[in-house]
Design a protein around this ligand. Structure first.
Ligand code: FO1
Length: 317
């Protein structure tokens, strides 16, 4: 197998867990974690990048394991003071987390791009993998619902994913340029694998794939494309993916996720609980792999990462 880069496309919690597993496999700088920025938003004058930050905190060993986002051992004095002053308090910013948003907002205002800010933060936190925003240009996911269009965090956090989803729009996508290092890695002749992590296909992965030129570059890349199902036994491990699928009139199954990615895929990883769908995945012309995809422990994360790379090796041979 070539010793070149491995690209992991990631949203928040699920993607970050697999990225952590991959980071234990001696890939170092050859691991590129490309994070969705469609969840980003401007809030209280700050630029908040939840998926990028979830990946960063997870790879740095700083993440809150129970929530999946934010920092462990967080303080909440800022939120308490904000509430006391009558500020908007539906989105929880911990005291330590706040430092990252303030730092990033200042650097962006001074003319740095998101890639440079993310690189500096990674260096200070001792992260060896390359964490890249999917683009340095703003892309903002809008959720179309039966109640009208909602900005992603309003739908997700403020409204607790309750509105019924009818579709998605990625504002800014047509003008957004994919991050140059991401595009260079896609064209690298030594590229080993493109991994679509078990993040939400509609709001975490599709924004990345919808950037101009990315779908074509992924198709043309000299490496197998492998997705890990975020749906296990008809339920999303975390978040609203299964609810969205039902509302969009799709079955909430791993197979439907494979069908959603369609001809982009060479391999698809399903949990033991969905073994009965492996033949239907194979009938799509996609190589199925059945393994433990539910990542409870660090061993699970590393084990799944190993399995995915083994499948990539088989498919690339
Ligand atoms: N998720 C919540 O459910 N409630 C919150 O108050 C919240 C705050 C928050 C702050 C910083 C951050 O980086 C992430 C945060 N998240 C919160 C998670 C985030 O909204 C979602 O997990 C992702 O956008 C979906 O991938």
């Amino acid at each position: 197998m070539p010793r070149g880069p491995v690209i992991a496309l990631s949203g928040g919690v699920g993607g970050a867990k697999l990225a952590l597993g991959l980071s234990h496999l001696d890939l170092h700088q050859n691991l590129l974690v490309v994070a969705n920025v469609g969840d980003d938003f401007e809030h209280l004058g700050l630029t908040i990048c939840p998926d990028l930050d979830t990946v960063t905190y997870t790879l740095a060993g700083l993440s809150d394991q129970s929530k999946g986002w934010g920092r462990a051992d967080e303080g909440w004095r800022f939120m308490a003071a904000l509430q006391q002053l009558g500020g908007e308090s539906w989105f929880n910013l911990g005291d330590g987390d706040l430092a990252l948003h303030v730092l990033r907002t200042g650097a962006l205002a001074a003319g740095e791009n998101l890639t440079a800010v993310t690189r500096a933060v990674s260096r200070h936190l001792g992260i060896t993998a390359r964490v890249l925003p999917m683009s340095d240009d703003p892309v903002r996911t809008m959720i179309q619902t039966t109640d009208g269009a909602l900005a992603f965090q309003h739908y997700f956090v403020r409204d607790r994913c309750e509105p019924v989803v009818t579709g998605f729009v990625f504002d800014g996508i047509a003008a957004a340029r994919p991050q140059p290092g991401f595009m260079a890695a896609l064209a690298d002749p030594d590229l080993r694998a493109i991994i679509i992590t078990p993040s939400n296909p509609f709001v975490s992965i599709d924004p990345i794939l919808s950037l101009p030129g990315v779908r074509d570059a992924v198709r043309a890349a000299p490496a197998p494309v492998i997705a890990v199902s975020p749906i296990v036994a008809g339920r999303a491990i975390k978040g609203p993916a299964a609810k969205m699928m039902a509302e969009l009139g799709m079955p909430s199954t791993a197979l439907a996720v494979a069908q959603h990615y369609g001809d982009l895929l060479d391999g698809f990883v399903l949990d033991h609980g969905d073994q009965d769908q492996a033949d239907a995945v194979a009938a799509l012309g996609v190589r199925p792999m059945v393994t433990k995809t539910v990542m409870e422990s660090l061993e699970d994360r590393v084990g799944l990462a190993r399995d995915v790379l083994a499948l990539a090796q088989e498919l690339g041979a």
